[in-house]
Design a protein around this ligand. Structure first.
Ligand SMILES: [Zn+2]
Length: 115
């Protein structure tokens, strides 16, 4: 691995911009289904991000991604963070539901006896 290259793009800046975009506009992201997200841009418009859940390349229709299709633009990073967060929330919700069901199930025999 060559770590001495100085021509590498400052990806951390892009990632930080993606995280900042999520922090400021994460609530405005909409999931269109099948890994496609509408992500707000800084200029007021929106961009369509496809996280390629069925394989292939992640895409975004912003000018930045058109110029550098080999890199994840901040909208793709933003959508990735959104998806990860939504999944974590869904897992927590699922765990809570399972737990509630389990406790109801363990009470069921008692309820049956009482009725
Ligand atoms: Zn983009």
């Amino acid at each position: 691995m060559d770590t001495t290259k100085s021509s590498a793009p400052p990806t951390t800046t892009r990632e930080l911009r993606g995280l900042a975009l999520y922090r400021d506009h994460g609530a405005e992201i909409t999931h269109e289904g099948h890994g496609v997200y509408t992500v707000p841009g800084c200029g007021g418009g929106t961009y369509t991000v496809d996280l390629a859940v069925f394989g292939g390349e992640e895409t975004c229709d912003c000018p930045d991604h058109a110029r550098h299709p080999e890199r994840s633009c901040k909208h793709i990073i933003c959508a990735t963070v959104y998806r990860a967060t939504a999944r974590a929330a869904a897992r927590r919700e699922q765990a809570a539901r399972t737990k509630a069901r389990a406790s109801r199930a363990s009470l069921a025999p008692l309820v049956a006896l009482g009725g």
